[in-house]
Design a protein. Structure first.
Length: 91
C-alpha cells in the first residue's frame, strides 16, 4: 500500500468518524474532505552548502514518501526595493 492510500484509509476510518461525533454532523457528506497536501521547507543556509540541500531532500522524502522538487529563489528578498525602504525607514 502506498503512503497516500494509508493516509486516506486512516482519514476515512478514524478522523472522519471523530469529526462526525465532535461536530454532530447529520450527514457524512458534511465532513470536510482532503483535497491537497502541500509540504514546504525553507533552507536558507543551504545556498552556501549543497550537502544541506541533500539532507533536506532526504528528510522530506522520508516524511512524504515522494521525492521533493527543489526550487531556488529567483531573487533575494534583501535585494528588493521594498526591503531597502523598510530598513531605511526603521534606521
Amino acid at each position: 500500500m502506498t503512503m497516500g492510500a494509508r493516509l486516506r484509509e486512516h482519514y476515512e476510518s478514524v478522523v472522519k468518524k471523530s469529526l462526525l461525533e465532535q461536530f454532530a454532523y447529520k450527514n457524512p457528506m458534511q465532513v470536510p474532505r482532503l483535497e491537497k497536501i502541500v509540504i514546504n521547507m525553507g533552507v536558507g543556509e543551504a545556498s552556501q552548502d549543497a550537502k544541506k540541500i541533500e539532507g533536506a531532500v532526504a528528510d522530506l522524502t522520508a516524511i512524504s514518501g515522494q521525492k521533493p522538487v527543489v526550487t531556488k529563489a529567483k531573487k533575494s528578498i534583501a535585494a528588493s526595493s521594498c526591503a531597502r525602504i523598510r530598513w531605511s525607514a526603521a534606521g
